[in-house]
Design a protein around this ligand. Structure first.
Ligand code: CP3
Length: 341
């Protein structure tokens, strides 16, 4: 079997150049994505139609030859499969029937509706069957805290105040929600691995909105429980955690969660973070999605800085957050060329 550079980063045979993929690499910056997106009546229908999800997953691999493919889906399929209505409003983002009180949390389904999620697993099997042998397939879920922010707020907000306020007001009620999400995340990740995912990423996009004590309870501990749960069944599948926006505490986060890799956001200081993280743990990130739009000398310099500060270490080249729809294709090509060059 040909070596997979992405997986090699987690093994003893460290690749000479860092593997590369981009968060949200399937998406609106690709004309071929916009073309198939137009075929589905809604974004969730798109996610739940295996033929379309397979095609969207493979598009960035066919165009750019990234070292990893991430299954085309969304973190909000979990609230959807717990019976909370989820819809995506064109140009605005997700809308959910906000959970207003403990009764609403208790009324959620006790476990995931796996029939609803079956198309996601079917898409993983389909991608796995056609993926180039050197490409790694990544599954994912949203972390409980980030899922809870959307479930309680009913939408994304700049500071996720509704969920933060709920957690202060009713800790016990909020714990019920987090516990249910921990179980749901474990099950969803395990099913994705069974369907062919060779690594998984846990997105905690809103971890950075929490003060330290709240972060430890609502972000770090639930991620630790998920990782323990998945590792109990699949001890060798690499798990990447993305606690976006945490201002420090990387080494404690890795020690307490047991994550195999940490994805660093744009503001994280790469050399400093790398120095505080054990050598056997992989870092991922953290190019500014805006410099990828700018291109030119600014892009080259930003790429070189990341390569320089991670040389000889276990690092996966990626963005600090998802790629933006305005990103020029030529700049993505330039990025890959320079990282591999
Ligand atoms: O990375 C990939 O290519 C795989 C697919 C993927 C999507 N969403 C597809 C998507 C992944 C990994 C996600 C994760 C996700 N979804 C996160 C965590 C990462 C992050 O960006 O912080 C979050 C918070 C969500 C929830 C979500 N989904 C929001 C807030 C939005 C609206 C904002 C936006 O970009 O439009 C989405 C919609 C969404 N998810 C799109 C895509 C390609 C765009 C919708 C469309 O194409 O119509």
């Amino acid at each position: 079997m040909p070596a997979k550079p992405f997986l090699a980063t987690f093994s003893d045979s460290l690749p000479k150049r860092p593997p590369i993929w981009l968060m949200r690499q399937a998406g609106r910056y690709l004309a071929e994505y916009r073309a198939i997106r137009a075929k589905a009546s809604s974004f969730l229908d798109f996610c739940y139609t295996p033929e379309l999800a397979i095609e969207a997953t493979l598009q960035p691999i066919q165009r750019f030859g990234f070292d990893a493919a991430i299954i085309f889906s969304d973190i909000l399929v979990i609230p959807d499969a717990l019976g909370q209505g989820v819809r995506f409003v064109e140009g605005e983002g997700p809308r959910l029937d906000a959970l207003e009180d403990r009764a609403a949390i208790e009324a959620l389904a006790g476990t995931l509706d796996l029939d609803k999620l079956e198309p996601v697993y079917a898409a993983l099997r389909g991608v796995k069957a056609t993926l180039p042998p050197e490409t790694t397939l990544i599954g994912f879920c949203g972390a409980p805290w980030t899922l809870a922010t959307y479930m309680i707020g009913g939408r994304g907000t700049p500071d996720q105040a509704p969920a933060r306020a709920f957690a202060y007001r009713d800790r016990e009620g909020f714990s019920l929600l987090i516990d249910r999400l921990v179980e749901a995340c474990i099950l969803h990740l395990v099913r994705q691995i069974e369907a062919g995912a060779e690594a998984v990423q846990i997105f905690d996009s809103w971890a950075g909105t929490l003060p330290e004590a709240e972060f430890l309870v609502w972000s770090q501990q639930p991620i630790a429980r998920i990782i323990r749960g998945v590792k109990a069944q699949f001890p060798t599948v690499p798990i990447i955690a993305f606690p976006r926006g945490i201002a420090g505490g990387f080494s404690g986060f890795i020690r307490e969660t047991g994550a195999d890799a940490i994805s660093l956001d744009t503001a994280a200081r790469l050399s400093e973070a790398r120095a505080s993280i054990p050598a056997n743990v992989v870092t991922q990130g953290n190019l500014d999605p805006l410099v990828l739009i700018a291109g030119g000398a600014a892009l080259d310099l930003a790429i070189d800085r990341i390569l320089e500060s991670t040389r000889g270490t276990r690092h996966i080249f990626n963005l600090g957050h998802g790629i933006l729809p305005q990103t020029p294709i030529a700049h993505v090509e330039r990025l890959i060329e320079r990282v591999r060059g």
